[in-house]
Design a protein around this ligand. Structure first.
Ligand SMILES: Cc1cc2nc3c(=O)[nH]c(=O)nc-3n(C[C@H](O)[C@H](O)[C@H](O)COP(=O)(O)OP(=O)(O)OC[C@H]3O[C@@H](n4cnc5c(N)ncnc54)[C@H](O)[C@@H]3O)c2cc1C
Length: 348
């Protein structure tokens, strides 16, 4: 029985442990969740926007495979609290490659996708003053999930399946596969996967392991009172604005930040960015807060140049599974399946 350590209790680590458990019945797998960091991780506050289309071809294949699995599995849909609001992805234009991707998504999720030009999208009533030539990929079968809810549910499943779930932090990981829990004794594993999100670099650095090009960046959105006729889940590449309906008659609205190399954990929101989010939302979707509190939410996420959550080897038997770059909520189901298959192959 191979001994496998998965380090990280975010959606990446938990989903990977769950996939591994499907292939190699639980008992050799240990998951270290990293408490108390888990409560301040990216999965806890993720917007969970979920759709099949992505302008990057690899991400598009992962996102559409993940959405197809979710659509086909009512249990998974319930665990992830999937809400089908539809999705709009607005781009400045449509090149040949992107048009091919839209066709690929049409085949994977039949009857869901239509392409609208700026005039057609404006006529539907939410978006305004769109740049000439802009194009929207509109998906009927898309919306948002709760990565936080899904990982909490999967943690219960893992404990039931015989995976040892340890609510503690790992101090160090060595090149030889020795994992040292804080306050515990070192343990040796055949395979160690570091899926500690924005904490991954610091953990690897302690023992001189390379990070494979990972970087941290803050993500920030606001939660504000919704107004009638608000948007579905959407991304507007022409301004960077994204959003979706939120619980308790609120709307989630965000813009990308440029706050790189921020330490994870307690990151403060930038008030100037919150103001900019509301300004852009006013201009693009006619949003003006109808009174009530506007709360800012910020957290740190781990980025990789490819933009993808995927398994990356660092040394013999040592891997990272992170680098979701602000989008792993929508790709994690497919990415974890691919990663688990690849790990199981190396063990045979
Ligand atoms: C504000 C925000 C909004 C987002 N919105 C969306 C969205 O709308 N759609 C979408 O697809 N994606 C979205 N994302 C991205 C997505 O949520 C992330 O890609 C995903 O949650 C990352 O999961 P993770 O498991 O890699 O990292 P995390 O969720 O950060 O988890 C890392 C885990 O590692 C653990 N850990 C840390 N140090 C240690 C240690 N020493 N030992 C053991 N464990 C440790 C922590 O406890 C934590 O549980 C958003 C992200 C943020 C921050």
């Amino acid at each position: 029985m191979p001994r496998i350590a998965v380090i990280g209790g975010g959606i990446a680590g938990v989903t990977l442990a769950w996939r591994l458990c499907e292939s190699i019945r639980g008992t050799g797998i240990q998951l270290f969740t990293g408490e108390p960091y888990r409560r301040a991780d990216a999965s806890a506050v993720s917007g969970g926007l979920t759709r099949a289309f992505e302008p990057d071809p690899d991400l598009c294949m992962e996102a559409s495979a993940s959405l197809a699995e979710l659509q086909a599995d009512p249990v998974l849909r319930a665990w992830a609290s999937y809400r089908e609001t539809g999705s709009v992805y607005l781009m400045p234009g449509l090149g040949r490659e992107t048009a091919d991707l839209v066709d690929a998504v049409r085949q994977r999720v039949p009857g869901s996708v239509e392409l609208l030009d700026a005039g057609q999208l404006t006529a539907r009533g939410v978006f305004r003053d769109l740049p000439e030539g802009s194009v929207a990929v509109v998906e009927k079968h898309a919306g948002y999930v709760s990565p936080n809810g899904l990982r909490d549910r999967l943690l219960v499943e893992l404990a039931r399946s015989g995976v040892r779930v340890v609510d503690g932090r790992i101090e160090t990981v060595t090149r030889e596969g020795v994992v040292h829990p804080v306050g515990g004794s070192p343990m040796r594993f055949d395979v160690v996967v570091v899926a500690a999100g924005a904490w991954t670099r610091t953990l690897l650095k302690r023992t001189g392991l390379p990070d494979g090009g990972l970087r941290n960046k803050a993500i920030q959105y606001v939660l504000a009172p919704s107004q009638p006729g608000g948007p579905s889940a959407f991304v507007d590449e022409t301004t960077g604005l994204y959003g979706r309906p939120y619980a308790d008659a609120r709307v989630l609205l965000g813009l990308p930040t440029d706050r790189w190399d921020v330490p994870p954990g307690a990151v403060s929101a930038d008030p100037a960015l919150s103001t900019r989010i509301l300004d852009v939302a006013k201009a693009r979707i006619g949003y003006s807060p109808p009174g009530g509190e506007v709360a800012a939410v910020a957290a740190v996420e781990c980025y990789h140049a490819t933009g993808a959550l995927s398994l990356r080897p660092l040394a013999q038997g040592i891997y990272t599974f992170t680098g979701g770059s602000g989008g792993a909520g929508k790709t994690v189901l497919a990415a974890s399946r691919t990663a688990a298959r690849s790990l199981v192959r190396t063990l045979r």
